[in-house]
Ligand binder design. Sequence first.
Ligand code: GRF
Length: 206
Amino acid sequence: MIAVTARLVVLVSGSGSNLQAIIDGCASGELDAEVVGVVSNRLDAYGLVRADGAGIPIEPITPLGGEERQTYDTRLATVVERFAPDWIVLAGWMRLLSMAFLERFPERVVNLHPALPGELPGTRAIERAWAEAEAGERTESGVMVHLVPDEGVDDGPVLGVATVPIDPHGTLDEFAAAVHRAEHQLLVETLAELCSEPRPESRSRP
Ligand code: GRF
């Protein structure tokens, strides 16, 4: 069997530190993959600057005023499809994707969530975990990488998990930094494993 470097398209909405971890993982060889495109729903996402600086094609796709979610998702899917990705990575992508997008890429959309499976779905998971710890309701949280089969929020077959302890004598900033370090590591490790496996068959090359 001939090994083919996996093609990744990364979707970002913000800073893109997880995108940076992927770019660095590809450069170091830890990840046998290439980021072939970075797409953002926000023009001001710093992740676009990171990608551009690394010579990766960028596609800002901002929602038009009054645009239906499904119409946007169909437009988004068409742009992503042109990159012929093996895997689509939601790395700080802060927009729910409908089936209009997901059904175009079955079993190849991967999401990163800064909490353990089944916990704290949605935004501000780190802050909510911290608040629960302060209330004496938890002593740890974590991060997970999972497949996105449908419109369930931060839910789907789990590909990788790491726990992060919460130090009751620490600060929220320290805990958030620990979660982000865990995310960067888990995302690259999990993608490395995925990219070393045979890919789903339905990918089309341009
Ligand atoms: C990460 O914590 C991710 O899990 C969450 O948003 C943050 C994005 O960070 N959904 P970055 O843009 O990768 O720096």
